[in-house]
Design a protein around this ligand. Structure first.
Ligand SMILES: Cc1cc2nc3c(=O)[nH]c(=O)nc-3n(C[C@H](O)[C@H](O)[C@H](O)COP(=O)(O)OP(=O)(O)OC[C@H]3O[C@@H](n4cnc5c(N)ncnc54)[C@H](O)[C@@H]3O)c2cc1C
Length: 487
């Protein structure tokens, strides 16, 4: 081993950072260690407790398989271990690190409360066996908490957060880190026994306990090609389109957004890679450049904002509304109405088409996420946590911070949320953003023959239900329910 390395062997603990390019923990490990291996630990019982569904887990495992190939090409083996819960990880990690005789473990920080607790416990367990672990900032552009108000507090409102982010961090160099070069071949065991029965192995399964495999069709999962290569290809393609983002992003029938969220959430792509691409196109400017690019960079800052919020206000991770007084909203527990919403059978075409997009592709356009969330929480007055949970269970891009942030925004329970008296009218949204009903017809073929006018609000007909509620009346009731909280 040459003197330039701190350790003979190092271990990278991969989690939601399944890529070789611009991966801070991996980069740190290859700089510090002569020989490097990776490990991924599945905890399906905890994942289920976090409402992560089949689509998300299948996509994650598919990305992991591609990562294993890419690491293999560089002589970095990737091990896989299936446990049940996060609380089993510390002991297992200490055993793995000892048995593999590594000098240090490297990982990228994760921010929801349970993940942070797990990581602290892993740090303590590794300390017991004298092995350090280094956590890097990687999932966000800057470490949550780094952007502060003048008095040193966390921001609660997006616009000042964005302004401060640009002022305080806008000059940071977000150039991506290189992928590791091919390493010398090194002997690593092909498997190990960890925690009695569990085996650390070098094969990655299609699914894990309690989850159903999602079939791949032509290398795609619900139409999404998993992995880092596909992510980079999509980022490159979006570069050609990003100028038009502001004009096109609200129309679900157009492919006007990047559709990078599944990759960002699995970590097949980093947010730095996204910011770097956009800044390069915008001559280094976060604002004052192309309107489309400014706007897209703003979305990346929303993602930062929501992650910063869960760290600054961890109660959000415990199913609590940001505004405690909204705990008293008299939410309905109409399970039948909820099921109709889930299945896209509310009789409100834009809502139903959106919910079917979610079911079919594991993804939903942002404009429609706002529309269906508003419809559930305001028109049906159903608890936002039901919707949050269902989304997490279906989404291929499920991310706790953004999902919770989006739901609390729509339900007016969050900080900087939509004011409770501004309730989306789904029919106006439909006419405005899907004027000719192209999106609706795509997902609701039963409405194919209706005119452009009728398709937004069909007349009574066979094969499509009448509206589940009167949107004007229910809007009024929701506003009253929220107004009552102030009395
Ligand atoms: C109710 C609700 C639930 C949501 N749940 C999730 C979720 O689980 N996971 C998730 O990644 N996003 C979620 N979002 C945010 C947003 O809808 C998606 O990030 C976006 O639709 C992804 O599509 P895209 O990659 O084409 O985004 P683009 O428009 O191309 O934006 C680029 C990236 O910026 C980030 N971004 C964009 N909009 C937002 C936003 N409003 N909040 C936070 N980050 C944003 C995403 O990482 C996105 O990939 C939710 C929004 C709402 C209203």
């Amino acid at each position: 081993m040459s003197d330039r390395f701190e350790h003979a062997r190092g271990l990278v603990w991969f989690r939601t950072d399944l890529r070789i390019h611009d991966n801070t923990a991996l980069h740190r490990a290859v700089q510090a260690c002569h020989s490097v291996a990776g490990v991924f630990i599945a905890c399906p019982e905890t994942w289920q407790g976090h409402d992560e569904g089949d689509n998300l887990v299948a996509f994650r495992l598919a990305c992991l398989r591609e990562l294993q190939d890419a690491l293999g090409d560089r002589n970095i083996p990737l091990y896989f271990l299936e446990l049940k819960r996060f609380d089993q990880v510390p002991e297992a990690m200490a055993q793995i690190a000892q048995k593999l005789e590594v000098g240090a473990v490297f990982a990228n920080a994760e921010y929801p409360v349970n993940e942070q607790e797990r990581d602290q416990a892993v740090r303590a367990a590794l300390k017991e066996v004298d092995i350090p672990i280094e956590f890097s900032t990687d999932r966000t552009l800057v470490s949550p908490g780094a952007v502060k108000t003048n008095s040193g507090d966390a921001y609660k409102v997006f616009t000042p957060f964005k302004r401060a982010f640009i002022e305080q961090c806008g000059g940071t160099d977000f150039s991506p880190l290189p992928a590791p070069r091919k390493r010398e071949t090194e002997e690593w065991p092909s498997w190990l026994q960890v925690k009695g029965e569990e085996n650390l192995r070098q094969t990655i399964p299609d699914t894990v306990d309690g989850y159903s495999a999602v079939p791949m069709e032509n290398g795609r999962l619900l139409g999404w090609q998993p992995g880092e290569k596909a992510a980079l290809k999509r980022l490159k393609a979006f570069e050609e389109q990003v100028d038009a983002y502001e004009d096109e992003r609200d129309f679900p029938a157009i492919d006007g957004t990047s559709k990078l969220s599944p990759y960002l959430n699995a970590g097949a792509l980093s947010v730095r890679q996204c910011a770097h691409m956009a800044l390069e196109c915008n001559r280094g400017r976060w604002k004052g450049g192309s309107e489309g690019i400014d706007c897209w960079l703003g979305e990346l800052i929303w993602r930062e904002f929501y992650t910063h919020l869960i760290v600054a206000y961890p109660r959000i991770c415990k199913h609590k509304p940001f505004k405690p007084e909204t705990e008293a909203v008299p939410w309905s527990s109409d399970e039948l109405a909820f099921r109709r919403w889930c299945k896209g059978k509310t009789g409100v075409p834009i809502v139903d088409a959106a919910m079917r997009q979610l079911e079919k592709t594991g993804w939903m356009h942002n404009r429609l996420r706002m529309v269906v969330a508003s419809f559930l929480t305001k028109n049906l007055l159903i608890d936002w946590r039901w919707g949050e949970r269902y989304f997490m269970n279906q989404l291929i891009d499920g991310d706790f911070a953004s999902n919770n942030g989006g739901w609390q925004w729509a339900a007016s329970t969050g900080t900087d949320a939509v004011p409770y008296f501004r309730v989306f009218n789904p029919y106006s949204q439909s006419k405005k953003f899907d004027r000719h009903g192209e999106f609706i017809r795509h997902y609701l073929p039963e409405l194919k023959k209706l005119s452009d006018d009728e398709v937004h609000c069909p007349p009574p007909m066979e094969g499509y239900p009448p509206p589940i509620c009167d949107v004007k009346e229910t809007r009024k009731k929701a506003i009253e329910a929220f107004a009552d909280l102030k009395k």
